[in-house]
Design a protein. Structure first.
Length: 224
């Protein structure tokens, strides 16, 4: 059903509501949506900046970090060690360099299908059975030994033991050579340099997995 308004009524309405012929307010409002990756600080800046300045707004540190974390590494970007290990330096450190024979401390994570199966960041604290991160120490280039088979320490939280410390793959002992303190390296570990035919935790027998290494400290052979 259609309704018709006389010209006189239109005039009365115009006088009573002077803004009736103008564009509705909702159509004049500009809505902005912000990506979830932006930090709270970035979002606040956007709300106070002119719309024209949004295009030149610098990318916030949070978004830059997320982009770096989402980086897809192509096979051509990997380097190869003499042992045949494929590795890529996510972050190149600026500290001392790990050389063959150096004693180093690292954090390592073995990841299989997005699951962290083995990690130095998960050592059990006996008092309260809490989880703590404990760096793994070894000699670069030396075959796997008993570096951390049993290690006790007392602290305010009680006695903890690294007897059951996570077992690193053999690849760790060689692939750290050339890294600098502060560096982070990701490695593709084949079964023969990983956990072999037995596997470990969520890593099945004969599986290839990803090894992430963070170099924390280096003691060169001359200083030992």
């Amino acid at each position: 059903m259609a309704f018709f308004i006389s010209s006189s009524l239109k005039t009365k309405l115009s006088l009573s509501f002077p803004h009736a012929n103008k564009t509705p307010l909702l159509k004049q409002t500009t809505f902005l949506s912000f990506p979830a990756a932006f930090s709270r600080r970035d979002s606040l800046l956007m709300t106070i900046l002119p719309i024209g300045g949004l295009l030149s707004l610098p990318v916030g540190p949070t978004l830059a970090r997320e982009r770096r974390n989402r980086k897809t590494i192509s096979p051509e970007e990997y380097s190869t060690t003499p042992e045949g290990l494929k590795y890529y330096d996510i972050i190149e450190g600026k500290g001392a360099t790990a050389e063959k024979g150096s004693t180093v401390q690292v954090h390592f994570d073995c990841i299989y299908r997005s699951i962290t199966a083995v990690s130095s960041r998960e050592s059990k604290l006996l008092a309260g059975n809490r989880i703590i991160a404990q760096p793994y120490e070894f000699t670069v280039g030396a075959p796997p030994g008993k570096e951390r088979k049993r290690d006790f320490a007392d602290n305010a939280n009680g006695l903890y033991s690294a007897q059951a410390a996570p077992k690193p793959p053999p690849a760790l002992y060689t692939v750290t050579e050339g890294m600098k303190v502060g560096g982070k390296r990701t490695v593709i570990v084949p079964p023969e340099l990983g956990y072999g035919k037995k596997g470990l935790n969520e890593i099945p027998p004969g599986a290839t997995f990803e090894l992430n290494v963070e170099l924390l400290q280096v003691n060169s052979p001359a200083k030992q």
